[in-house]
Ligand binder design. Structure first.
Ligand SMILES: [Zn+2]
Length: 70
């Protein structure tokens, strides 16, 4: 589940919210002042693609060397 970072335009509070993809378009209210005047922060992207791509590279290299050996 992706985590999005939001910032409240009213009080400046930054908070993170885990949302399902179906809920990604929703704007959560600020946990401090309950204002709906919040915006999604795009600067910080917590991607799970980095971890999966690393494991993909590892399995790919070992598979390649094994094929070359035989
Ligand atoms: Zn706020």
């Amino acid at each position: 589940m992706p985590t999005y970072e939001y910032r409240c335009n009213e009080c400046g509070t930054q908070f993170e919210k885990m949302l399902r993809f179906s809920e990604a378009d929703r704007i959560p209210a600020c946990p401090e002042c309950a204002s709906a005047n919040t915006q999604k922060q795009l600067s910080k992207v917590i991607s799970f693609g980095a971890a999966s791509s690393g494991s993909l590279n590892t399995s790919g290299s070992s598979c390649g060397s094994r094929a070359g050996f035989s």
